[in-house]
Design a protein around this ligand. Sequence first.
Ligand code: TNX
Length: 539
Amino acid sequence: MIKSRLIKSFLLFIFIIALVACQEKKVKENIQFPSTDLAVENIIPKPFKTIATNSAFGLDERTAIFTSQNSNGFPEVGQFLSEKIKEKINISIPVNASISETVERIIYINQSDSLDLTTKESYQLYITKDSVIINSKTAEGAFRGIQTLRQIIPETSNDTLTDHKMWLIPTGKIWDHPNYVYRGAMLDVARHFFSVKDVKKYLDVLAYYKINILHLHLSDDQGWRIEIKSLPKLTEVGGKTEVGGGEGGFYTQDDYKELVNYAAQRHITIVPEIDMPGHTNAASVSYPFLNGNGKQVKPYTGTRVGFSTFDARKDTIYAFLDDVIREISDITPGPYFHIGGDESHVTKKKDYILFVDKVEKIVQKYGKKMIGWDEIVQADIDTTTIAQHWSNQSNALTAVRKGSKVILSPAKKAYLDMQYDTLSKFGLHWAAYIPVDTAYQWSPGKYLKGIQSKDILGIEAPLWSETISNIEELEYLAFPRIIGYAELGWTTEENRDWEDYKVRLGNQTPYLEMMDVKYYPSPKIDWKKKSVPIPMGKD
Ligand code: TNX
């Protein structure tokens, strides 16, 4: 199997080399490219290793994309790249089309089993004057690789070198792989609902920065946001409220599948969260038998936490949860199911433990790995269960002692709903003010004493939505900080440096403006409103 793949890759490679050789002859004018430096390009996250060779690949209408054909997902990655090139510089690049006379240069996205590609997301990007080659083991790796390529395509063409427009990509080599396998963003669609369109827009930008997880917080006291066909009142009743008294909303299962597919095309995994046994007022309003706090349940549209609970001692609760977890798991291809578990202040400790232990079994029965906020470590959790650290350090240590991995979302550093400073228009500040530099300048691998990199699955930046109710407000809190978290998750500590990062961040404006992202223009960053063309000079 591996051998035949190797042979196939080798043959394709020979074909491409031959193609490049013939195309080279066609480049009649010996173009004198200006000198470039791949090592100072504004790539985020910063790649593992870069070597610049100071010339340029001239991307133009005579370029064609080819991909490995028999490997899962590679042609789709080529197609995605072609679409993004079209959106950015408005030229049409064919993908796996038959070679025509006009093709002079190629971008080749190649499935490779090279031992240098150490993870499924690793890629190599080799750029010469005549070709761009991306090698990766999987389509996921290729997808990460094309994000790097997208980032180094200039917005402006050089119109002086030939008789037609050419966009100059610096030549050189990049070897890259992620530091952590889990690089997430979380969006609270329960306090305020966000439409499928809004979430897709967020996914587009997350993918560009190599984030690979979107965790959706689908239920809370103020609203239930996912259709459960066997329990229709959850959305008929629980889906109609939100913070501040707005109309709420919910995803039908078809909407959710649409999001899952859209994310999958971007090699992003959706992690669904149903928060319990606390944060469950909206569920209990829909089905009052669930309620365990003894009070009459009324819809809640405020912002307090910790007042609601399921009745962990009733068997009917677990029959209910079996339906919920089964239906959501059935439409969730990713490996995780998040059970929340935070701030269950009115659940008795022994009931909480019983609850988490029972729910873990249901999650496992439907083939998923359980994730929960760090309080879940009070229960007898399995080693495959993952604890998401947000506030309590000793919970994180307990998780590791129990053999579990930890996702780092420390509120003081990684909460996107914390205000930047006292002037911020939206957000809270109960954990901290988090300006853009503070958000970036910490090291996940060293953040918690007693927890090492090997215990950390990755990092995630949660965006709670008590104070935001539309996409512009979402973007104000998320951007630019999420871009820094993307780098914290991907780039090794040795390769991270605030002074270097802030320049690269300031140069994201052409992309953010093209995407119409209403980022917070932090005064700590020198935002470059227009991209600067590569300076002229001889190579
Ligand atoms: C704490 S973090 C919560 C959320 C709130 C958030 C506001 C966590 C697991 N629970 O319920 O929305 O603070 O910052």
